[in-house]
Design a protein around this ligand. Structure first.
Ligand code: GSH
Length: 206
């Protein structure tokens, strides 16, 4: 059986968990204590030399790091994979946007605001910079979603799952999602899709 190495509270790990639920992919989950430093220890680095979760270990021993690569691999051939070459290109475009403009700002702002607020001291300027850059990303996403229901085109796909991972919990990073009505309406559309599961509670974050 394939194994997903994950940690609670992570939008990147949640992407893989949501997709596997919606595609009903049998798997085993191994929880990794990121805050306790487990991803930096030799035992985990032997599994994933990149030192990150999510990490997908296939039955034949090969592995895949990077949440969006995991989505791509698992969804290929399913109804959640982009259905045309253009939609594929749009999915790549927005999955890169997610990593460079959204996740890279929302995730650290949320980390120091909600997950480890005790480590916030001295980080105030960086948090403000992440929030400012993240707002620019959300503004761009909002403009995009005013003209189409889903990120890569007319259908829900892995591009939505990728972008949703951190966007829907941006409030925990000090962002006001009400300021982005098209994003908020898209979040509601995603929550209504068959097989939707909520992100594991932050209380379980390790
Ligand atoms: N770009 C990567 C980011 C992965 C990542 O940074 N994961 C965090 C948890 S959300 C992690 O494993 N951090 C552990 C560390 O940096 O040691 C992805 O999309 O999977």
């Amino acid at each position: 059986m394939i194994i997903l190495f994950a940690t609670a509270g992570s939008g990147n790990c949640f992407k893989a968990q949501l997709l596997m639920r919606q595609l009903e992919i049998a798997h085993h989950t191994v929880m990794v204590d990121v805050i306790g430093g487990e991803t930096r220890k030799p035992a985990f680095l032997r599994i994933n030399p990149n030192g990150t979760v999510p990490f997908l270990l296939l039955e034949d021993g090969r592995g895949i790091a990077e949440s969006n690569a995991i989505l791509w691999y698992l969804a290929k051939g399913s109804h959640l994979f982009p259905q045309s070459t253009f939609e594929e290109a749009m999915a790549v475009q927005w999955m890169i946007f997610e990593q460079t403009k959204l996740e890279s700002n929302i995730s650290p702002a949320r980390f120091f605001t909600t997950i480890v607020p005790e480590r916030r001291e001295g980080m105030e300027d960086r948090i403000l910079a992440w929030q400012s850059a993240g707002r620019q990303g959300l503004t761009r996403l909002d403009a995009h979603l005013r003209f189409q229901d889903f990120v890569a085109g007319p259908r829900y796909s892995i591009a939505d799952i990728a972008v949703y991972g951190y966007t829907h919990v941006a409030g925990e990073g000090g962002f006001d999602l009400d300021a982005y009505p098209a994003v908020s309406a898209w979040i509601d559309r995603i929550k209504a899709i068959t097989g939707y599961v909520a992100m594991p509670d932050l209380a379980q974050a390790a």
